[in-house]
Design a protein around this ligand. Structure first.
Ligand SMILES: CC(C)(COP(=O)(O)OP(=O)(O)OC[C@H]1O[C@@H](n2cnc3c(N)ncnc32)[C@H](O)[C@@H]1OP(=O)(O)O)[C@@H](O)C(=O)NCCC(=O)NCCS
Length: 334
């Protein structure tokens, strides 16, 4: 799916993020599995990640991010009429994390549901919320991207354990005078789905149900380096813009090598690229909003800036969004 927005302008008016307190370093992981700080840094650029406590679930991590985003936007939670949560690790299958969040924050008039698109979930979710607002179906949306992948990782499998972390981000979307979202490109290839999957997690019967994430790292690497570039190029062309017009590039924070490849191919100057994977690892649906929050706190998301977001992940899925930033958004970290 690719399209240029053509309805009422909609933008991000509030932004918040939150991560668990517990920091787990590469050296900590080397006491659990056969690995080393050197291997992890060289192959991924990751130095540490945040890991939820046993009693911490997705909504515990997402709620502080939501409160921060609502506060920044200066909106009454009761006025939110749409909540979309992108996650593959909701507190439980149902009720949805979105319904729990809407209840906790006092949003009685909100439609609320979860959306599953792997690490691309946040980009899918902002596209959906944008469409609802732009079409006049909703007036004010809270969109959350977050995951607690530590709960579905095999803690004996070094090939996946070292890559991921926990975290969440939230944005408020509202109609604006001008600017905001310019276009979206979203895609999926279920044929490649078994390269990054959780096969025993649904209604399909398997003789030996697999409880944890399984990944073919090399295939995912090839896929990631391809789609980060193709999706960004497609949405720029769709919107009659070029990479030179982009002020801030926010790629999915999976791995520094994947980001470096995209930066080289797209020819985005390094100083325009947001990278924080060394501190958080890959936080799945939380990755792009966490990176946006870092960019906001560094003063890089000023009104008028053109921001390119590109995600990719399980599904396999990918997606890009182009936004003409409209609001002051410092102090996003809750
Ligand atoms: C996972 C990834 C870092 C592995 O890097 P790689 O260079 O492809 O490494 P390989 O898989 O070829 O493994 C090389 C060796 O390191 C070993 N290895 C794997 N994980 C290791 C770890 N954590 N520590 C030490 N050694 C490890 C392998 O067993 C292999 O050993 P062998 O040669 O004796 O068999 C890389 O494939 C990758 O980044 N893939 C994309 C993953 C991703 O981003 N997923 C999420 C997408 S949303």
């Amino acid at each position: 799916m690719i399209g240029r927005t053509n309805g009422r302008p909609v933008s991000i008016t509030g932004l918040g993020c939150h991560v668990p307190d517990r920091v787990v370093t590469n050296d900590d992981l080397s006491k659990i599995v056969e690995t080393s700080d050197e291997w992890i840094v060289e192959r991924t650029g990751i130095k540490e990640r945040r890991i939820a406590r046993d009693d911490e679930a997705l909504t515990d991590i997402a709620l502080p991010a939501c409160r921060r985003a609502l506060e920044m936007a200066g909106v009454d939670p009761a006025s939110i009429d749409l909540v979309v949560v992108a996650t593959v690790t909701p507190d439980m299958s149902f009720p949805s994390a979105a319904a729990l969040i809407a209840d906790e924050l006092g949003m009685p008039d909100a439609a609320a549901y979860d959306l599953s698109a792997g690490c691309t979930g946040f980009v899918y979710a902002i596209a959906q919320a944008h469409a609802m607002l732009s079409a006049g179906l909703a007036r004010r949306a809270l969109v959350v991207g977050g995951d607690v992948l530590s709960k579905i990782l095999d803690w004996d499998d070094r090939s996946t354990l070292v890559l991921f972390g926990d975290g969440a981000g939230a944005v408020v979307l509202e109609e604006v005078e001008d600017g905001g979202f310019l276009g979206f490109e979203l895609g999926a290839d279920g044929g490649g789905g078994a390269n990054l999957w959780l096969p025993g997690s649904g209604s399909r019967h398997f003789d030996e149900p697999e409880k944890y994430v399984k990944m073919n790292g090399r295939e995912v690497f090839k896929f990631a380096t391809r789609v980060l570039v193709s999706s960004a190029e497609a949405i720029l062309e769709e919107c009659d813009l070029t990479i030179d017009d982009v002020d801030v590039y926010v790629p999915h924070q999976a791995n520094v090598r994947i980001i470096d490849h995209a930066v080289r191919k797209l020819q985005v100057p390094e100083e325009k690229t947001v990278v924080n994977v060394e501190r958080y690892g890959n936080t799945s649906s939380g990755s792009i909003p966490l990176a946006l929050a870092d960019a906001a706190d560094d003063g890089r998301l000023e009104p008028g800036k053109l921001v390119l977001l590109t995600g990719m992940g399980a599904g396999l899925t990918w997606g890009s969004a182009l936004i003409r930033w409209t609001h002051e958004t410092t102090g996003a970290t809750a």
